[in-house]
Design a protein around this ligand. Structure first.
Ligand code: SF4
Length: 326
């Protein structure tokens, strides 16, 4: 069942853990990273305490969001192992992990598939011109590297979330080209769950000196994206970056149907607090939109998961029992 024509908007009750903020890239719009060696890695006992504190909360998804250790660094294996162990721990405590840790090797992706119900990586923009500007010091942002991740996810049958970052120096045509590339890969592998349209929203840490993406432009972009993307890909928008209730509603009317993971803190945009579920409901309900929880994996992908993962997913589907999970 596709929910695109219904009056349902989804979100994922989530909590974000950060194995490390250290990152060898230096994207100039970043408000997340720390210098390599300057961010202690999350250890397993810290994660255990967090998961324990979440037991009484309505949290299903653990988003594992990490800065990147260079693929050739001697620390790479330990970094990857820590991410794997955190996913495994989250699973063992009954949560559903979704990892976004930058580009991975094929073997790393394959291993993480065993302990994640879905994974993600923003494509951001495919245009190589950004390699001379915001991505000048960000080797991970090579467009071919990121496209290849989407392809590998397809080959490995990993349910996947990707998206565009809007307003970092690209042109309007660049948006449509990036969306077309996502669409093309999806038509080959049928593995993309959601495409996030994320407006650039300046934060206190970044050096990139540019205005925010005009949120009033977003409904138009969503409408066009809806034309380019296949119907079975959901368009996701981050409501904390839209700010204005009327424009949030306009985005939903234009075709956005998911508000992403709502957790206590937006780690990527720490200067923009998440709107919590009750607030979002108050905005949506008067206009006839129902806000419901979803899992970090869509039902049509359950068969791609291991038996162990399927057992956890089934438990959550019974708990949420929402129409979007049909
Ligand atoms: S945006 Fe991501 S890849 Fe770029 S510097 Fe920040 S954490 Fe690293």
């Amino acid at each position: 069942m596709t929910i695109n024509n219904s009056r349902i908007v989804t979100y994922s009750p989530a909590y974000t853990i950060v194995p490390t903020y250290e990152c060898f890239n230096r994207c100039s719009y970043c408000n997340f990273r720390a210098e390599p060696g300057k961010s202690p890695w999350m250890n397993i006992s810290d994660a255990e305490s967090i998961f324990k504190s979440l037991e009484s909360e309505k949290v299903c998804e653990i988003l594992i969001l990490s800065g990147e250790v260079h693929p050739h660094s001697p620390k790479r294996q330990a970094w990857f192992q820590r991410i794997y162990d955190l996913c495994e721990l989250a699973l063992s405590r009954g949560f559903l992990p979704h990892t976004n840790a930058g580009p991975l090797s094929f073997a790393e992706m394959e291993m993480l598939k065993g302990v994640n119900v879905s994974m993600g990586l923003m494509l951001e923009q495919l245009t190589p011109t950004l390699l001379n500007t915001v991505h000048r010091h960000a080797p991970s942002k090579l467009p071919q590297v990121r496209l290849q991740q989407l392809q590998w996810a397809g080959e490995l049958q990993i349910p996947f979330t990707t998206g565009l970052l809007l307003g970092i120096g690209e042109t309007v045509n660049d948006w449509w080209e990036t969306l077309a590339a996502i669409s093309e890969l999806h038509q080959r592998y049928h593995h993309i769950q959601e495409v996030i349209l994320q407006p650039h929203s300046p934060g206190l840490q970044q050096s990139f000196n540019a205005p925010p993406f005009n949120p009033h432009q977003l409904p138009e972009v969503i409408a066009k994206a809806r034309e380019i993307l296949p119907d079975d890909i959901t368009i996701q928008i981050p409501p904390n970056l839209i700010k204005d209730d009327q424009w949030l509603l306009a985005c939903v009317e234009a075709g956005a149907r998911d508000l992403g993971g709502i957790s206590p803190k937006d780690e990527v945009n720490p200067d923009y607090p998440h709107l919590q579920e009750q607030v979002l409901r108050k905005i949506l309900q008067p206009m006839g939109w129902e806000l419901i929880e979803r899992l970090p994996v869509y039902p049509k992908f359950d068969g791609w998961l291991s038996q162990e993962l399927q057992t956890s997913v089934k438990w959550w589907r019974n708990t949420f029992k929402s129409p979007s999970q049909v």
